[in-house]
Design a protein around this ligand. Sequence first.
Ligand code: SF4
Length: 402
Amino acid sequence: MSVYSHSRLSCYEQCPQKYKLQYIDKVETEVEESIEAYLGSRVHETLEKLYRDLGYQKVNTLDELLDFFRSEWKKNWDDSVVIVKEEYGPENYLKMGEKFITDYYNKYKPFDQGKTIALEERVLITLDDAGEYKLQGFIDRVMESEEGYYEVHDYKTNSRLPLLEYLDNDRQLALYAIGIKDRYPDVKDVRLVWHFLAFNKEVDSTRTDEELESLKKGVIELIEKIENDEKFAANPSLLCDWCEFKPICRQWSHLYMIKEKPENEYLNDPGVKLVERYVELKAKEKQVTLDIYAELEKIEEALIVFSEKEGVETVFGSHYKIRVKDTECYSFPSKNSSDRKQLVQTLKDLGKWDEVVQLDTAALNKIIQEKQWDSKSLDVLEQYVRLEKSKRLYLSKIKNSS
Ligand code: SF4
């Protein structure tokens, strides 16, 4: 089994389709680094230098550190770095980095809060006794404040300050705590410390052994879910703007196709025409006649055919887009049929009747899809159901950044 990482798990949680493209298909893209990631890397390098030099008894002045930061910024800069927030330029991000470093330096100077044990350290975390489930990660800095009291430090350059409840549930550093406990036998406690550099704020948290055990269990379940996933469904969200696979993703590829066409041709694109007409009819839906319903149905069919033929999941108009989504639903014997009566009796015999109060088919669908019952009960239940596949259309407005 692959060695996982926190970012790999987060990628799946964000969008299973992106996970598949990145980790299974290993699709190569011209990796465009975001300005946020670029800023984060340069700030991390600078703070790493600060502590590495301290290990050699060299205390950098603030000016020396800022010079290092600026020279690394210049040396690594590439015009392909992506700035999604178009109202800001690289100089704004450079100044942000200078401010982060200045505030951090002034807050912690002379940097005698503890002994730095490791910098940018790789940890391997074993989640189960058999050693089957493993994760790896890189810790920004490990510090020992006093004998046996370890601290995991993480620098954040986000322009958002998460609430403490979020930090109390944060998975990444808690996983690193497991790695530290495994690695250093004299551990008495591990403190998790986040430095939110944009706010000049330090936030900390700890985890009990029970919490770490439950975290391991949860991560194993997530890994099993990934290993058993067969569909890797797309989960389009605002984060698509930062996804390197957007140009090839079936949710967005039609948009890229029509963007390349001149305006007169663009309006002739069959997908655009279908969406325009669909939107027009939807707007008139309140005063709808049967004819319009019939045309809507035809357009829905045509959109499904178009999406299948072109191999796209989302079809774009000029202002709206329509997502054509595969759906699956189990259907149950109709009310008053003999099969229905038999099914009710079977559920009662299985002792499952209370769970699906009055044969709530939505609850039963969920039970089957999420395999909530043991396999024997599911097998019995499945004798009464039919899996029906269909496509559903989701209409939404295209945001400007798309
Ligand atoms: S563009 Fe969005 S939907 Fe497509 S793979 Fe990336 S994150 Fe997923």
